[in-house]
Design a protein around this ligand. Structure first.
Ligand code: FAD
Length: 596
């Protein structure tokens, strides 16, 4: 297999190219469904594809298996991501040895989560890896020039819990120089929407006095926009600035209609690609798509991009002046597919149209964490200690959960985003009551019975529809309390529940094949859509992560502390319980039942 640098070298001098990123799906059925998607998408002619690596090695086996499949069966050049912090050195050694065994020639060398740093947190032999540069050096020491190594860069400055004002690419520059000098062959960026910032960043590297970046490809990371919700969420998580004109375009979509958001999003990305290619005088000619394991938006961008379309169509590249062509209609692009590759038009295409992530269909390849990088506290160790202190009793933990709900704490280890969503605010008092009783809620939604699809709080999907929700709550609870609650839940036909603990005990009043739609919508000219479901497979997958977060939190403390002991006890003895109430007409039903 060729390296990425060899492949770029084989292109004509200004020929554009693109690459796709996929993450290992959370569930086995997600993996199975990713494979046909990979087959279709490799026919779009990406120069290479990236497979992500769960922080701390959490997806090591799956990442390697998918990378192997892509190399050996699909014959596509793979770039395997590899992080180096908070995991045993043995895992790095095995990953590199296996990558070589499977003829993988490209590694994106990353740091991963912030190193925990003190002796009792990290295995001593792993402490040589504090930053990505340490991994770059290690790979070069161990493997010479066998691997082509990529490193990450941040056009808007690296954000590690810092405020936007503290983000500054200049601060990271010396370390990017260091990583490049240590042997990086190409640079791939964090996703962004602000082309001005990227262009300024490219200029900064291009003009760097050391000349270290000369001839090093800089590949911008682009996020196709699939739905309004996921766009805002991902941009926020990545600390990406959304320029006013982009925001205005998306906000101009009547009622945030997701179908139209996708169309506008395609045009936004097409314009970004044009802008980058033109304004960097074609020095930047490779574009990396964070696909989030979805194919539709990426396919449409390729179809509409005058710069990338020739490659997606497999035609021989002929340099030509860049002009934004009249956009082809979405309908015709969908009907034609790209270069004869029909995009997925089966039922699974729904996965691309509506929110995925944790509450999506676990059979979707896109099911799981939004970036697929695995369990994290959503805060650096320093920030985590500052925010959550050192709780010593379960009532200290109850206080933290209540403080999150009242807005005194911006985040909790299980809460990806800062602050409560507008819909959670509506059940805030009910949740506070439960948390004060020691039922620590990590997810919830109120019931709604037929609300317009353009409702500012609950709305989603196309215009002129109606959406519905069943009330749901998920919480940690001590074993004893769970068993007394279980007696009430088991015989109640109005509710469905799942409960499990870290030792593998599992209870439910449903059979393994039962599925509950907890959000659904009825729209003109299509079948009922149910983007959010809960079933045993997804609950079990999430439960593993939810308990792992206790371990992750525990690792911040010395084993000799009360906090460490408390976290360990909670991890070992609590249950995670998920309850859906079927009476979505009576919005209070679930909360009344629990307050009893
Ligand atoms: P580094 O280059 O080590 O930099 C991290 C921070 O430390 C920066 O602020 C830098 O300025 C600073 N720094 C670097 N060196 C030094 C030094 N010697 N002294 C002091 N400060 C220093 N995460 C995953 O878990 N899995 C993935 O698959 C994954 N894929 C990614 C792909 C891309 C393209 C990008 C942009 C990120 C990805 N990440 C992934 C996230 C990444 O692991 C995190 O952003 C991580 O926190 C930083 O990684 P890095 O390689 O940029 O770190």
């Amino acid at each position: 297999m060729a390296t990425i640098i060899e492949k770029i070298g084989s292109l004509a001098s200004e020929e554009p190219f693109f690459s796709f990123e996929f993450f290992p799906p959370k569930t086995d059925s997600g993996v199975q469904n990713l494979i046909p998607r990979l087959r279709r998408m490799t026919k779009l002619n990406p120069l290479f594809i990236n497979i992500t690596w769960g922080a701390g090695g959490s997806t090591a086996t799956k990442s390697l298996e998918i990378a192997k499949l892509c190399t050996e069966e699909l014959g596509i050049t793979v770039c395997l991501h590899l992080t180096c912090t908070n995991m045993e050195k043995r895992v790095i050694d095995e990953a590199l040895a296996n990558a070589k065994k499977y003829s993988i020639r490209n590694i994106l060398a990353l740091r991963g989560d912030s190193p925990r740093g003190e002796e009792y947190w990290t295995p001593p032999e792993s402490q040589e890896f504090k930053y990505a540069v340490d991994l770059v050096k290690y790979i070069r020491e161990q493997y010479g020039d066998y691997f082509c190594i990529g490193v990450a860069a941040y056009p808007e400055g690296y954000a590690d819990g810092s405020s936007p004002e503290e983000q500054d690419p200049l601060l990271d520059l010396p370390y990017l120089v260091e990583k490049t000098k240590a042997g990086a062959n190409f640079i791939m960026t964090q996703l962004f929407f602000d082309v001005d910032k990227f262009v300024a960043f490219e200029k900064m590297l291009n003009e760097h006095e050391s000349g270290v970046f000369n001839g090093i490809p800089l590949i911008p990371g682009l996020l196709p926009i699939s739905t309004y919700q996921s766009f805002i969420r991902t941009a926020k998580l990545s600390h990406a600035n959304i320029p006013e004109d982009v925001m205005d375009k998306l906000n101009a979509v009547p009622n945030a209609d997701d179908e139209q958001v996708k169309q506008v999003g395609v045009q936004v990305l097409v314009n970004m690609i044009n802008d980058i290619y033109t304004r960097t005088s074609h020095r930047v000619r490779g574009f990396h798509f964070y696909t989030l394991n979805l194919e539709r938006s990426t396919g449409l961008i390729l179809e509409k991009s005058p710069i990338l379309r020739p490659r997606a169509h497999g035609s021989t590249y002929v340099p030509q002046p860049v002009a934004v062509k009249e956009p082809v209609s979405i309908e015709s692009a969908l009907a034609a597919g790209v270069s004869g590759v029909k995009l997925d038009d089966s039922i699974s295409a729904h996965w691309d149209d509506f929110p995925n992530g944790r509450w999506g269909d676990p059979r979707s390849p896109a099911y799981g964490e939004i970036d697929g990088y695995g369990v994290t506290l959503h805060a650096t160790p320093d920030k985590a200690l500052k925010l959550w202190g050192s709780p010593e009793t379960s009532s200290d933990i109850s206080d933290l959960f209540v403080k999150y709900l009242t807005g005194e704490l911006p985040v909790l280890p299980w809460a990806e985003e800062e602050g409560l969503s507008a819909e959670t605010k509506l059940i805030e008092d009910d949740l506070i009551k439960l948390n004060k009783l020691g039922l620590w809620t990590v997810a919830s939604q109120p019931a709604i019975n037929s609300v317009k699809s353009d409702d500012p709080v609950f709305g989603w999907g196309p215009h002129n529809g109606y959406v519905f929700q069943k009330a749901l709550v998920e919480f940690f609870v001590p074993e004893q309390k769970f068993f007394s609650l279980k007696d009430k839940l088991q015989g109640n036909e109005s509710i469905s529940y799942y409960a499990g603990n870290a030792s593998g005990d599992f209870f439910s009043n449903m059979s393994a094949s039962d599925v509950n739609a907890i959000t659904w919508g009825v729209f003109p000219n299509r079948e009922v859509v149910q983007p959010t479901i809960i079933e045993e497979q997804s609950f079990r997958a999430w439960m593993d992560d939810a308990f792992e977060i206790w371990k992750e939190w525990q690792r911040l403390y010395s084993p000799s502390t009360k906090t460490y002991e408390l976290m360990g006890n909670i991890h070992d003895s609590y249950f995670l319980v998920s309850i859906v109430h079927h009476d979505y007409v009576n919005g209070k039903a679930l909360w009344e039942l629990l307050h009893e």
